[in-house]
Ligand binder design. Structure first.
Ligand SMILES: C=C(O[C@@H]1C=C(C(=O)O)C=C[C@H]1O)C(=O)O
Length: 483
């Protein structure tokens, strides 16, 4: 029976999950022929598994995972949510037995709400589909995020892993893994899904854009100018040095969106970005193509970056270089970027035996370019990646400086809930290794509506008009794929 082993650690709607695992997780993998990850996400099957949780994760260095269903779910709320998930993870993975290669091992995927006060309470219905999503008449501040807890991670019941990097032959292998608490059930599931996936195409057409019927902004240009001016006043009093202010843009679609094919189109246009898709428990889907790594940890090696400071791409190469040179020469962007580097340095210094801050460079994406500084560290002692996530989130690239004054300004200013926008989105494993992106260039979708989020850093000398234009550039990755 497939439905029985699910959710042993799932919390009740009103309290974080904290029970110990009754039976340890078991998992088994086998190699697969090539199969389209979008097709796995979209495939409809009969029975229990007909419409269940879907997730996708892909990194710029070629790890791709697509998962279906829930073998275990961890949830938590409030300021202690990072530590609560960490504690639950220790139980969840304590006696995990994995029969397969390390690359195909079980991982827990998910994310955190941006704000400590995120108060969506889960009503789990793992069979919800986008057809049943109806968030229209709930509280406007929260309505997009009804399906997303303050912290939620899932070990998928079935997932497929492809990696370009872990095979020394350079040939990407594809693995199917099934997870459960009963070895024979899990091996039956592996068999069943192997047969199912064999019928799916190796390549799926990337589909067509759903088309935009109407758009609705949270913030008019005039309101934005007022918000930036108010932030500049706080900055002038020295209470605040930088704040990242965001806007939301809701898009009514002409046709239903296929999020998996939207992600496939984003892969082609933004090949060096992360890609993620996570279904909420109300049938909505949070997805995006963020350029920014919050942190990755493998053993004692940590990689992160400062990504802050934005400019358009030029039409011609000379114009493009002029924008980049202007960014590198700007005192304003220098301060804005430095605050991010300094905050990351402060967080990592106490944990690292070695810390390397690279040279500042330019990160070019299809529609925007950013100042970027690579940062690497060697940990002095064993740490869980969630400890690093907690320490780093939010960096001043998406929050501000000092953090408390920035959070207060964001909450006083933004007329919508950030939910999981600009938050840590990623995975961790039984060893406490993992990787998290910053949930930017993202949106939350129901069948016929997508709400996009984008923001920009405000410092002394910020000009409301310029900041407005940069925010619009950050809507483009997703918006272009909807049009
Ligand atoms: C806040 C966003 O982007 C962040 C803010 C940037 C900036 O202020 O220049 C640049 C990159 C990101 O760290 C966003 O994409 O919504």
């Amino acid at each position: 029976m497939d439905g029985t082993s699910e959710g042993r650690l799932a919390g009740t709607p009103h309290e974080p999950a904290s029970e110990t695992l009754e039976e340890p997780l078991v998992s088994a993998s086998r190699e697969l022929a090539d199969v389209s990850f979008g097709a796995i996400t979209d495939a409809e099957f009969d029975g229990d598994e007909a419409s269940e949780l879907r997730l996708q994760w892909a990194t710029p260095d070629g790890l791709e995972i697509v998962g279906r269903g829930v073998a275990a779910r961890l949830t938590a709320t409030g300021p202690t949510r990072f530590d609560d998930i960490h504690q639950q993870a220790s139980n969840l993975f304590a006696d995990l037995e994995h029969d397969g290669p390390a690359i195909a091992r079980p991982r827990a995927f998910g994310g955190f709400a941006f704000h400590d006060s995120h108060d969506t309470v889960a009503e789990y219905d793992e069979t919800a589909t986008s057809d049943t999503a109806d968030t229209a008449d709930t509280d406007a501040r929260n309505s997009h995020w009804q399906g997303f807890d303050a912290a939620s991670f899932v070990v998928p019941r079935v997932f497929v892993t492809r990696s370009d990097t872990d095979d020394l032959t350079g040939n990407a292998k594809i693995w199917l893994t099934a997870v459960g608490t009963d070895a024979s059930e899990t091996s039956d599931r592996l068999e069943r899904w192997d047969e199912r996936l064999a019928d799916l195409p190796a390549m799926q057409p990337s589909g067509t854009s759903p088309g935009v019927a109407a758009t609705e902004r949270t913030t008019t240009r005039e309101q934005w100018a007022g918000q930036v001016d108010a932030a500049l006043e706080r900055i002038a009093t020295d209470r605040l040095r930088k704040v990242v202010l965001a806007q939301a843009l809701s898009v009514d679609l002409e046709d239903e969106i296929d999020v998996a094919s939207t992600l496939e189109r984003l892969r082609r246009r933004y090949p060096n970005c992360y890609r993620f898709l996570i279904s909420g428990h109300d049938g909505s889907t949070f997805f995006g193509a963020p350029p920014e790594r919050l942190v990755s940890k493998r053993g004692d090696r940590v990689e992160t970056e400062a990504l802050a400071g934005s400019a358009p791409r030029g039409e011609a190469p000379e114009e493009d270089e002029a924008y980049a040179d202007e960014m590198l020469a700007s005192d304003k962007l220098d301060r804005e970027h430095d605050l991010v580097v300094e905050a990351i340095r402060d967080q990592l210094e106490g944990l690292a035996s070695e810390l390397y801050i690279g040279d500042r460079g330019i990160r070019k994406l299809a529609t925007i370019q950013h100042l970027q500084t690579p940062i690497e560290a060697t940990l002095a002692a064993d740490r869980h990646v969630l400890e690093l996530v907690e320490g780093l989130h939010p960096t001043p690239a998406v929050g501000g400086m000092p953090p408390e004054a920035a959070w207060e300004t964001i909450r006083d200013t933004e007329p919508f809930d950030r939910g999981w926008y600009a938050s840590p989105i990623g995975w961790f494993d039984a060893n406490g290794d993992g990787e998290f992106a910053v949930g930017l260039r993202s949106g939350v979708a129901t069948a016929d509506r997508v709400t996009l989020f984008a923001g920009n850093g405000i410092v002394a000398d910020s000009d409301p008009d310029e900041e407005w234009e940069e925010v619009q550039l950050k809507f483009r990755p997703i918006l272009d794929e909807l049009r």
